[in-house]
Ligand binder design. Structure first.
Ligand code: API
Length: 285
């Protein structure tokens, strides 16, 4: 059995564990959930699995609840930095394959700064998938138990439900995020963003992630929120997206291809002790 060597990074407080697939292959889905647990494990917003391919790096993204995401923006930025740290890439742009499509990553001369070409924002609800029979759902009413929200549906390769609000309230994100994540419209659930338009170049967003819950930042969420506001004519083509964990710079082309740039920091490399997977008696208090 190879040692369970893992690496921990964060992008604006959106933290991920990274490991080679030879490590992930030794772990059950339940053990990955324990690994991501904030108290019983190392703690993270997900696990990034490196295929190890020298030429065509492929990334798998596992959420803390064990579900698999098609794409992750901060996850891709962290994966790009990891590949740079282990000498697999340099400062030239390179391609990464994900279940949600191919992307191009660039590690800038300051290796803390990483850009990802995230592909084209897709506003057709079937791309999420979402059970809304329209070509686009922007400023569209979503009825919840006690209120109706105005939402925009966007796929960045993974699903996003963007809620337009006059004033961002993070308590509302915690309260309504789970209801929207699990709404019947979304057969594979959805990521959720509450968006306040500050001006034509600035958004504030609060994030409730599918399979992860409230996070400090999210790259694909930033791309989805900025693209929806661009489609609605509320912002220009270069947008600073502010989140509790910090800011990402988003650029949107006329065809809605989206580029995101921001920082990544390495936290640690560590070897996981299998003892953390030994079942403990849990009591309900
Ligand atoms: N934090 C990630 C989002 C992960 C999305 C994942 N929760 C999903 O199920 O799609 C990001 O930076 O894009």
């Amino acid at each position: 059995m190879t040692p369970l060597l893992i690496h921990k990074y964060h992008g604006l407080g959106n933290d991920y564990l990274v490991c080679h697939r030879s490590v992930a292959e030794q772990l059950s889905n339940e053990q990955i959930r324990i690994l991501c647990h904030r108290h019983y494990g190392v703690g993270s917003d997900g696990l990034l699995i490196d295929s190890g391919d020298l030429n065509n790096p492929t990334l798998r993204i596992i959420n803390p609840d064990g579900s698999e995401a098609e794409k992750s923006g901060n996850g891709l930025r962290i994966y790009a930095r990891y590949l740079f740290d282990i000498g697999r890439v340099g400062h030239q742009p390179f391609l990464v394959r994900t279940a949600g499509g191919e992307v191009h990553c660039t590690v800038h001369n300051d290796f803390h700064q990483i850009s990802v070409e995230m592909g084209r924002a897709n506003f057709n609800p079937t791309a999420l998938p979402a059970l809304v029979n329209l070509p686009e759902a922007l400023n569209y009413p979503l009825a919840l138990a006690d209120e109706t929200l105005s939402v925009a549906l966007v796929s960045m390769g993974n699903p996003h439900c963007v809620v337009l609000v006059d004033k961002l309230d993070l308590a509302q994100v915690h309260r309504l995020g789970p209801q929207i994540e699990n709404h019947p419209w979304f057969p594979r659930r959805t990521n959720v963003q509450f968006v306040e338009v500050v001006d034509r170049h600035t958004l504030k967003i609060g994030i409730w992630e599918r399979g992860a819950g409230f996070t400090m930042a999210s790259g694909s969420s930033s791309c989805a929120a900025a693209s929806a506001m661009r489609r609605l004519g509320r912002v220009d083509d270069r947008i600073d997206v502010n989140m509790p964990g910090g800011q990402l710079q988003i650029t949107i082309r006329d065809d809605f291809h989206v580029c995101m740039r921001g920082p990544v920091h390495k936290i640690a490399s560590l070897t996981v002790d299998k003892d953390c997977f030994v079942a403990t008696v849990k009591v309900s208090i």
